[in-house]
Every structure is written in structure tokens, then in C-alpha cells.
Write a protein that binds this ligand. Structure first.
Ligand SMILES: Nc1ncnc2c1ncn2[C@@H]1O[C@H](COP(=O)(O)OP(=O)(O)OP(=O)(O)O)[C@@H](O)[C@H]1O
Ligand SMILES: [Mg+2]
Length: 445
């Protein structure tokens, strides 16, 4: 075949020409075949998934190492056995019998080309969950099937326990929501109910002080002033709790009105001056340029400025200064309240806006207050579409800043409901980032 006789003109063979090229080509082909077979065998025995082949009669014609391990049959004892009747539970047989002749003729079937979760039987009779990826191939004009089978016992177990956890979390969630509602209602109802008797008490004390109910001694007056001061303190606290519960439940009402910002700020500062005098603190107001009118809830924004100035006075030394600056910026009006008090460390500057948060809880509580003021400010400012933050250095003082947009928020109350008043989403993001960082530490190698 590879040698050609070389003849003279009489037809006598005088030599042979060997075709060396042909031989070397065939050799190369054989080697390539061997190599690819070797690769095939290596891949098949290295695979963690079972690789099983079924012939046109439904019999097993190939069975790799992983299949041996997974099912417990050696290749030599299972090759030639009927695949389905050996490996699939009885409940699957009927459907198989129905579909087989179609597969035999066309290579098509409901499971072909898909990855399905099924159940299989081991040699010792135990059933276990598998994931089967099935494809059909034509060998010598006959349809055969190749199945890749993965044992998903562990995965199923994990899924089941995950499901159980999910259920548990769901139930706990329902419980938490119920508790949350009880808490909100409790806050709302109690603070409401506390305010009513409080205003009666306050009214009568004021009447007695004005001597509408008869003369009282100087001593009695002094005592009643102390009573009144404490009533006011209690009233403010109740008011704050009510506000927090309104902010939290999304039931705070806003009444936006066109407001002269300059006038509003000057009014607020005026009312704060007597309080500042108690510590001989001077409040300076600097208004830069022309301020526009803003459509805002005037009382609520006043409340924000009062809360911040109150803090400034509270956390500043005697004989110091508080500066209130207001200026128009491109898209908003910026309010700044600067004090030269004890300042706030960097890592606490975000937290001071949380409910009930106080930097130095023991000391700050002594000053009076529950840690609600700034949380309320935050809720009101965010609802107005603005931002609020603090810039501060310990012992050098703090500057609280907030903005209000020139363009008023269209629907203050619905904006307010979508605002993340308590910074819960922010916390979630922080948690997520931490988790992602954790993941990044892992590696595939
Ligand atoms: N100007 C400031 N200087 C230093 N620390 C401040 C200043 N303003 C606020 N803080 C810190 O932030 C905390 C939270 O302030 P916030 O106004 O929310 O609560 P509070 O003043 O303690 O109580 P409340 O306002 O409910 O009466 C304060 O307790 C204090 O630790
Ligand atoms: Mg305060």
C-alpha cells in the first residue's frame, strides 16, 4: 500500500519506491488518536460527576470512576445493564417507557438538553437526590444518550436547613413588626395622654404666679418658678418623644408656607437670647447677601434651629460666642451654627444624629436631654430635601450645618415617608460592605 514497484520499459520490476511520507502521516494520526483517547480517559476519571452513556437499546455503555463511587457499581458489572431499570426508582419507569421509543428514533426527549433534579438508586438500594444533565448523540446512525450526574445530597440538605432558617426569620420578622407597632402605639398614646394633664398643670401654675387666684408670697413665687421650669422641661421631652414617634411611624404632618428666611432666623435668635444670657453667651447673626423666600414648614425649621442653638449653648463654656450664619448658595440656603464648646470626635459625628445617642451619655444626660434633638432635626431637614451634618474638632468647637433647597419639595409628606429617617439603609450598606470585604479575603487558589 505504501510501496510502489518501479518498472523498466519491458515491465520488469527493477526497484521499489517506498512512500515514507504516508507512513509517517499514519503514525502521527495514530499517536494523536492515542493521545486524545488518553486525555478523554484522564478527564473522565478525574471528573467528580458521574459520566454515563446509554446506547440505543437503553443499556449502559460507558461508566466512569465517579459513577462507580457514586452508585457503588463497578464498570464491569453494570455495563450492558438496562440503565433506567437499574438506576431510576420505579416511580420514574412509566414516563420513561412512554418516551423511550421517541428518543430511539429522534434523539429527543423531555429531559434531553436540560438539567433536572431527580432521584436515583445506589447498588445498596438507597435513594439519593441527583442533578442530571442529559444530551443525545448519534453514533453510527443510532441515537445514544450521555448523562452527567451530580450527587446533590449535601446541597439539598443545605437548602432545606436554609429554608428552615428563612421560615424562622420570617416568623421573627412578623413578631418584630408586631412589637414595633405596639411600641409605636405606646409612644404615641402615652405622649399624647401625658401632654393633656401637663397643659392643665402649666396653666394653673401660670395663673397662680400671675396672682389671678390671690396674692402669694415671694417665697411661693420662687418655688412656683422652679415648678414651671421643670414643667417646661418635661413638656419639651414629651413633645420630642411624640415627634420621634411621628417621624418613625411616618405620621408627622408638615404645613409648608412661604417663609422669609432672614426674618425667621432673627426671630429664633431673639427668643434664644435670654437662655444664652444665663451662661453669658453672645449669639451673633451673619446673613450673607439677599436671602430668598423658601416654601417650608416654618415651625418645624424653627424647631431645628432652636435644637441646634440649644445644644450650642449647652455644650459651650460660659462667656463664649455662638455664630449663626446663613447664606444663599447655588441651589440651596446654607445654615451654619458655630460654637466654641467641647466639640465632637470624628467617629461620633454621624452618630449624634441617631435617636437617644449622646457622646458622653453620663455627662451629657446631666446637662438635661435624652439625645433626641438632633434626630428630630435630621428627620425634618431630610424631609425638606436638605442635608444636615457637623464639622467639629474636640475642644475647638463644632459647626452644625444644614441646607434647604431653593426648589421646594413637591409633596413634603410623601418625601418624608421615603426618607431614611433613622439611617437604617445606611447601616445596612455598612454591614454589606463589611461582608463583601470579608468575601474578598477568600481566594480560589
Ligand atoms: N454643639 C455640640 N457640641 C458638642 N456636642 C454636641 C453638640 N451638639 C450635640 N452634641 C452631642 O450630640 C448628642 C446628641 O445631641 P441631641 O441634641 O440629639 O441630644 P441631647 O442634646 O443630648 O438631648 P435632647 O436634645 O434630646 O434634649 C449630645 O448629647 C452631645 O453629646
Ligand atoms: Mg439637644
Amino acid at each position: 500500500q505504501f510501496a510502489t514497484p518501479f518498472k523498466d520499459e519491458n515491465g520488469e520490476i527493477i526497484g521499489i519506491v517506498e512512500d515514507f511520507r504516508d507512513i509517517s502521516d499514519r503514525k502521527k494520526m495514530e499517536e494523536a488518536l492515542k493521545e486524545s483517547e488518553q486525555k478523554f480517559r484522564m478527564i473522565n476519571s478525574a471528573a467528580y460527576d458521574a459520566i454515563i452513556m446509554m446506547d440505543n437499546e437503553g443499556k449502559i455503555s460507558y461508566w466512569n470512576k465517579a459513577a462507580e463511587k457514586m452508585f457503588g457499581y463497578k464498570a464491569e458489572e453494570i455495563i450492558g445493564k438496562h440503565l433506567h431499570y437499574t438506576l431510576a426508582p420505579k416511580s420514574f419507569h412509566e414516563a420513561y417507557d412512554k418516551g423511550f421509543s421517541r428518543f430511539k428514533d429522534t434523539g429527543e426527549g423531555t429531559a434531553v438538553g436540560k438539567t433536572l433534579e431527580l432521584t436515583a438508586i445506589k447498588k445498596d438500594g438507597t435513594e439519593f437526590p441527583i442533578e442530571l444533565s442529559l444530551s443525545s448523540v448519534k453514533i453510527k446512525d443510532k441515537w445514544c444518550a450521555i448523562g452527567i450526574v451530580r450527587d446533590i445530597t449535601d446541597r439539598k440538605k443545605a437548602e432545606e436547613s436554609l429554608k428552615k432558617y428563612q421560615m424562622k426569620i420570617q416568623q421573627q420578622n412578623i413578631k418584630l413588626k408586631r412589637l414595633d407597632k405596639i411600641k409605636s402605639d405606646f409612644l404615641n398614646v402615652t405622649s399624647h395622654e401625658l401632654r393633656t394633664p401637663m397643659s392643665a398643670i402649666k396653666g394653673y401654675v401660670q395663673m397662680i404666679l400671675k396672682e389671678t387666684l390671690g396674692e402669694i408670697t415671694e417665697e411661693q413665687k420662687k418655688a412656683l418658678h422652679v415648678v414651671l421650669r421643670n414643667i417646661n422641661r418635661l413638656d419639651n421631652l414629651i413633645q420630642d418623644i411624640l415627634d420621634i414617634s411621628r417621624l418613625e411611624s411616618g405620621t408627622m404632618k408638615f404645613i409648608p408656607e412661604e417663609t422669609d428666611v432672614k426674618k425667621m432666623v432673627e426671630e429664633v435668635v431673639e427668643t434664644m437670647k435670654t437662655h444664652a444670657k444665663e451662661k453669658n453667651i453672645t449669639i451673633n447673626v451673619e446673613i450673607h447677601g439677599d436671602l430668598p423666600h423658601l416654601v417650608i414648614d416654618r415651625q418645624r425649621i424653627k424647631q431645628v434651629i432652636i435644637n441646634i442653638i440649644n445644644n450650642a449653648i449647652k455644650f459651650s463654656p460660659y462667656n463664649s460666642v455662638v455664630n449663626v450664619r446663613v447664606k444663599r448658595q447655588q441651589n440651596n440656603v446654607l445654615f451654619e451654627i458655630q460654637d466654641f464648646g467641647k466639640g465632637i470626635p470624628k467617629d461620633k459625628q454621624k452618630k449624634v444624629f441617631d435617636t437617644f445617642y449622646q457622646v458622653d451619655s453620663g455627662l451629657d444626660r446631666k446637662h438635661g436631654g435624652a439625645g433626641l434633638g438632633l434626630a428630630i432635626c435630621r428627620g425634618i431637614v431630610l424631609s425638606h430635601g436638605g442635608e444636615i451634618w457637623v464639622e467639629s474638632k474636640p475642644l475647638q468647637g463644632s459647626t452644625f450645618k444644614f441646607t434647604l433647597p431653593l426648589q421646594p419639595v413637591q409633596d413634603l409628606e410623601s418625601k418624608f415617608r421615603e426618607v431614611d429617617i433613622f439611617g437604617l439603609k445606611e447601616r445596612e450598606e455598612e454591614d454589606k460592605e463589611e461582608k463583601e470585604n470579608d468575601l474578598r479575603k477568600r481566594t480560589y487558589i
